[in-house]
Design a protein. Structure first.
Length: 392
């Protein structure tokens, strides 16, 4: 079921060996200054520094809005090569880093998506393997064997590299995956395909709490994104369109011919918000994403996007009866903030009734979950010095 790496002779093996990021990318980590997180101002002595810091902290509080049930974000586009996977990864990494919470991004692209290449793979398992194992998944640790974790804490569930295999991932499979992951992850991002008619797309749209439309700062990119909104509105997703967010993704360096401000103005009339993510050399490389290597302006853009997305957390939970009618969280359901543990409670559920995730999960180097304990579906592994307990 699970592979550690592509095997010699298998599809994708040559690419994994000869086209890896270790071979193709120049090591710029030593030369490039690591950027500061958007939630931590680089200097307090800048003009307007206090006001900017207050605004950042306010947005950080919004990003850290407690999520009492799974919140699902779908990233879509009719056109390929617009930065959809980059947007999914950068947003997911920002949410995971700033919330210190469990966030997962899944690759639902039927044409062998590339989401799995944006993180250093810890497993060769794919979303198809997870579907096959669903009857045996009883805990977060069971699921964690199928994911790879980025330095930010974002986990990624990759897809198959063989398009002939990945097309078998359908609507029913997607709904089953979301049902299983939703019990363990407060936030799920879906990197969808470029079409709107493939099987799994129905589930992606039906289950989405938030839609992100990705466009490039170009005539054809903006036109395709606007057409996507037209199609969705005409097929019963008008409410989803109205509360959607558009990302103008600078996937390549562009000149001054295109009036980006006009593109932004157009989508502001159609969506809840618009964010312009500038070109970034690190993101354009298409390799493993590291927030610290992004340009400050780019990192700030995704911080703004995370805050904009988080503004919708309260609405989604209010619809499920988890928040009071005035849009505030019931005091008795308030979970502790990161670093402020509250014994016996997490996400508003008594410890013995928690639906599978707490706030935040313990993080261990490499995997991000606590050491395996007996009683989680698998017995402890035998190791050096391990002895069979005496039988009574």
């Amino acid at each position: 079921m699970q592979q550690s790496a592509p095997q010699p002779g298998s599809l994708g093996y040559t690419a994994s060996v000869e086209l890896s990021s270790d071979r193709l990318l120049q090591d710029k980590r030593r030369n490039k200054q690591r950027s500061q997180p958007a939630s931590r101002p680089a200097s307090r002595f800048k003009i307007g520094g206090k006001a900017a810091e207050a605004e950042r902290m306010q947005k950080l509080q919004v990003i850290r809005t407690p999520v009492l049930s799974c919140y699902r974000i779908a990233v879509i586009s009719l056109k390929g090569g617009v930065g959809k996977t980059t947007t999914t990864t950068a947003l997911g990494a920002t949410l995971a880093s700033e919330r210190q919470d469990k966030v997962i991004a899944i690759d639902a692209n039927p044409d062998a998506g590339t989401l799995g290449r944006r993180v250093r793979r810890e497993t060769g398992a794919t979303i198809r393997d997870l579907v096959s194992a669903i009857p045996y998944l009883n805990s977060y640790m069971d699921i964690r064997r199928f994911t790879s974790q980025a330095p930010s804490g974002l986990e990624i569930l990759a897809n198959d590299v063989d398009p002939a295999v990945s097309t078998t991932f359908n609507d029913e499979d997607y709904r089953q995956v979301i049902d299983v992951l939703g019990k363990q992850y407060p936030i799920i991002l879906t990197d969808s395909g470029t079409g709107l008619l493939y099987s799994a797309m129905r589930g992606v749209l039906d289950l989405a709490d938030q839609l992100i439309i990705v466009s490039t700062p170009s005539v054809d990119g903006a036109s395709s994104a606007s057409t996507t909104l037209d199609w969705l509105a005409a097929h019963g997703y008008g409410d989803l369109v109205q509360r959607s967010v558009t990302v103008i993704s600078g996937v390549r360096e562009t000149g001054r011919m295109v009036k980006v401000e006009d593109i932004v103005a157009h989508f502001r009339t159609r969506c809840r918000g618009v964010v312009v993510a500038p070109f970034d050399e690190h993101l354009a490389a298409g390799a493993e994403l590291d927030l610290d290597l992004m340009r400050p302006k780019t990192r700030q853009a995704y911080f703004e996007l995370a805050a904009l997305i988080a503004e919708d957390f309260a609405r989604a939970q209010q619809e499920q009866g988890l928040w009071t009618p005035d849009g505030s969280m019931p005091p008795h359901m308030a979970p502790p903030l990161p670093g402020q543990p509250q014994p016996g409670y997490g996400y508003g559920y008594p410890q013995e009734q928690q639906p599978g995730y707490g706030y935040p999960p313990p993080v261990q180097p490499g995997y991000g979950y606590p050491a395996q304990q007996p009683g989680h579906g698998r017995p402890p592994q035998a190791g050096p010095g391990w002895q069979q307990p005496p039988q009574r």
